[in-house]
Ligand binder design. Structure first.
Ligand SMILES: O=P(O)(O)OC[C@H]1O[C@H](OP(=O)(O)OP(=O)(O)O)[C@H](O)[C@@H]1O
Ligand SMILES: NC(=O)CC[C@H](N)C(=O)O
Ligand SMILES: [Mg+2]
Length: 504
């Protein structure tokens, strides 16, 4: 997953963009970038690393201007080279910069068409550079020198027709303004905020509402699936539904794991949805697993804490923080390689023996993806003296790859692929394993906003809503992006053309 942010302000926007990106850091730890525009000139800083490591004072000075966009990256396509950090830029028409969260499912086909029909060259292996060029190519079909909202919205309509997959996007058209849009399914989130100043309103768009709250803007609303928002340099806001057939289907994994609990996505509080997940799972355990002799409920920090507390409430059992998280280590699941992920679990979490000694513990996590965390954490619980270790997952068995912006490209790397719960239980060496049912997970999230009638749940069901994902596509994705393929490609990363950026 990635995080995106864009601001049209009345004052310099560099600090607010930086602050917004730090509040979206949990969505991408690989690379970060900001582009601003001052006097019709683009300013850029992007590099691999966390926000705090990428931007030093000298870069912040360079990022002058009252309009800008930013990105934190967790790659799902191409390589993790800094050349593929975002935002991307293309010089015609007008000069356009773009930041993208999501993943295109017809990137290769679109890239070939762009080359054949418009002789547009894509210099990286990133799907986001392709998306930028589709947008630019369509905008270029309007010959007028002064852009109008109609031009922008017609362009987005064409993008929706040409591109498949998931995309929440923020772009700047130099000399004109900022454009933000969401794919017709609204798979990835995007929110709009506003701040009144003496000089007039300032606007912000961001992947999650937390970035809007935390920078002193006021949350206005979510961008609708298929909708585009155009904010001119002088602060005029236009919006329009640009998709032929928008159909709301947000990614359920945002609620399970990705988003921060203090965000609200599509009028659903992430925190409340996690509490509901705990309630439903607790009820299932009480109903179907009454014979389990659990003494204490222990979360696997950090995401599952709110879920585990509610399970303990439902089961009327004590809740204990038996694992302490090293706050200086980031999220494990979004790290690029399995070796790094494995090492990170033990560096990140440490058991407090007193909470385990002689007890039957129920460990709770939000999800089991590759099984990296669960397997090691169960061993740690036993080493700390636990008698029996049961495990509960607030998400059902993850059995299928994700193609919409979560880096789970290979079915074979998923511990749940082709396995039943009892086999998974044996593999992670638990004394019992309880998964949430998919209907319960959906109900837990939907409860606060019944207007959202469907969710993107392909990792559990194998149903891909965009209708263009078949086995051949999944095989190609697997071959290109499994952990071994990624490691090999990253070894040759230096060969990547660094045309985008100076190195410091
Ligand atoms: O089965 P796995 O492949 O290990 O993936 C699942 C685990 O990864 C995530 O934690 P992560 O450490 O990324 O972040 P968190 O601190 O927000 O829980 C998630 O919360 C699970 O704990
Ligand atoms: N997780 C994401 O949203 C990734 C965006 C884009 N596909 C990239 O790899 O850079
Ligand atoms: Mg976790």
């Amino acid at each position: 997953m990635c995080g995106i942010v864009g601001i049209v302000g009345k004052q310099p926007v560099n600090q607010a963009l930086y602050d917004g990106l730090t509040m979206l850091q949990h969505r991408g730890q690989d690379a970060a970038g900001i582009m601003t525009v001052e006097n019709n000139t683009l300013r850029l800083r992007k590099a691999n690393g966390l926000v705090r490591d990428v931007f030093h004072t000298r870069h912040m000075h360079r990022l002058a201007g009252q309009i800008g966009i930013g990105h934190v990256r967790y790659p799902t396509a191409g390589s993790s080279s800094s050349a593929e950090a975002q935002p991307f830029y293309v010089n015609s028409p007008f000069g356009i910069a773009m930041a993208h969260n999501g993943n295109l499912t017809n990137a290769e086909e679109v890239q070939n068409t762009l080359y054949r029909n418009a002789r547009r060259h894509i210099n990286t292996t990133s799907d986001s550079e392709i998306l930028l060029n589709v947008f630019a190519n369509e905008l270029d079909k309007h010959p007028e020198m002064q852009l109008t909202d109609d031009h922008i919205f017609n362009t987005v309509t064409q993008v929706h027709r040409l591109v498949k997959g998931a995309y929440a996007v923020v772009a700047m058209v130099i000399g004109h303004g900022l454009v933000a849009f969401r794919d017709p399914w609204g798979i990835r989130p995007l929110a709009l905020g506003k701040r009144e100043t003496e000089d007039g309103p300032e606007y912000m768009v961001a992947s999650e509402s937390v970035a809007i709250d935390g920078t002193g803007f006021t949350f206005v609303r979510d961008v609708e699936p298929g909708e585009a928002i155009y904010i001119t340099n002088d602060g005029q806001l236009y919006s329009r539904q640009c998709a032929d057939q928008p159909q709301h289907c947000p990614c359920i994994f945002e609620y399970v794991y990705f988003a921060r609990p203090d965000s609200s996505i599509d009028d659903i509080s992430v925190y409340a949805s996690r509490v509901n997940m705990g309630k439903k799972l607790g009820e299932k355990i009480r109903r179907d697993y009454a014979d389990l002799d659990i003494d204490v409920v222990i979360p696997i920090p950090e995401t599952s804490c709110d879920i585990a507390l509610e399970i303990a409430n439902v089961l009327d059992l004590p809740y204990r923080q038996g694992f302490v998280k090293n706050r200086y280590i980031g999220r494990t699941f979004i790290m690029p390689g399995q070796t790094q992920r494995r090492k990170s679990v033990r560096r990140k979490l440490n058991a407090i023996s007193a909470e385990f000694k002689g007890k039957n513990v129920l460990l709770v996590d939000d999800s089991i993806v590759r099984g990296t965390t669960s397997e090691q954490i169960i061993e740690m619980a036993r080493d700390a003296g636990a008698k029996k270790v049961y495990f509960a997952s607030a998400a059902p068995e993850i059995r299928f790859p994700n193609v919409y912006g979560i880096d789970m490209p290979s079915a074979n790397e998923l511990i749940g692929h082709g396995r039943e719960a009892n086999e998974i239980c044996d593999l992670i060496k638990a004394d019992g394993l309880i998964y949430q049912d998919l209907e319960d997970l959906i109900a837990a999230v939907q409860e606060q906003n019944p207007n959202v009638q469907q969710f993107e749940t392909s990792v559990f069901s194998g149903q891909y809503i965009t209708g263009d994902v078949n086995q051949e596509y999944l095989d190609r994705l697997d071959a290109a992006r499994n952990d071994t393929a990624k490691a090999e490609r990253d070894q040759h990363e230096d060969a990547n053309l660094e045309v985008h950026n100076d190195n410091d």
